[in-house]
Design a protein around this ligand. Sequence first.
Ligand code: PAF
Length: 283
Amino acid sequence: MVTKLITLSAIAEVRAQVCAWKKSALRVALVPTMGNLHDGHLSLVQLARTHADKVVASVFVNPTQFGPNEDFASYPRTLATDQVLLESGGCDLLFAPSAEEMYKAKPSLNIDVGPIGTILCGAVRPGHFNGVATVVAKLLNIVQPDVAVFGEKDFQQLMVIRQLVQQLDFPVEIIAAPTVREPNGLARSSRNQYLTSDERQLASVIYATLLQMRDSIRAGKAIKDVETSASQALLKAGLKPDYAVVRNAQDLEIVEKNVKSEVALIAARLGKARLIDNLSWLC
Ligand code: PAF
């Protein structure tokens, strides 16, 4: 039986609905999204279902996490299709606020995530992770879920959110959902739709390069050499890498001795898209 999806845009209404569920001792999960949903998002909803009785998804294209020359205006907004997908995916409540509802007066307060917000994607997109942390904090305060699910594809974002929740004592469990991939290995992303069909094929080099990076490290190659070869492979395929690096998977620091796990991370531009992906492994 398909659950009837409730769609709400007012914070007070969402709070009242979640409060009613909690009074009935139901566990609530939150899946924050920016909409334009695909299989990757639906896998987050499915995972959320296994941890809670009720699943809330939010669709909000958050202006504060986009830089002045980024794709905020053109980011695909497909609420009607998102509603259909969420309903068939077993979501109970869609919170789809306006920017005015989320940022009533021009806010004077912003969360500063510190050093992690200034490396890798944060170096290329200054202020991006502060915007993410601020909107996620607001969503957690509005919905007050027992668990919240985020995709591993956004590895750095997941780490920022884990730090946010731990350091500001949000009473929520953060659950990481595995990356969903196209048959050629390309990670599912709303931004893939900026790619032409030829570019979609070319973009498979990202995952192939991540696998190559992992295998080379495991074979004992030096990290610097692995990173240089990865950038060369991306450039050769016609992509422009922002970075192709191997880091400590616990904190994204440069790898020192005796790390528990490592992660290879790539961000690269292709046509109109900026694509990110990662692959982690135990050492
Ligand atoms: O990953 C995203 O879609 C966004 O960064 C998030 C977590 C929904 C915050 O706007």
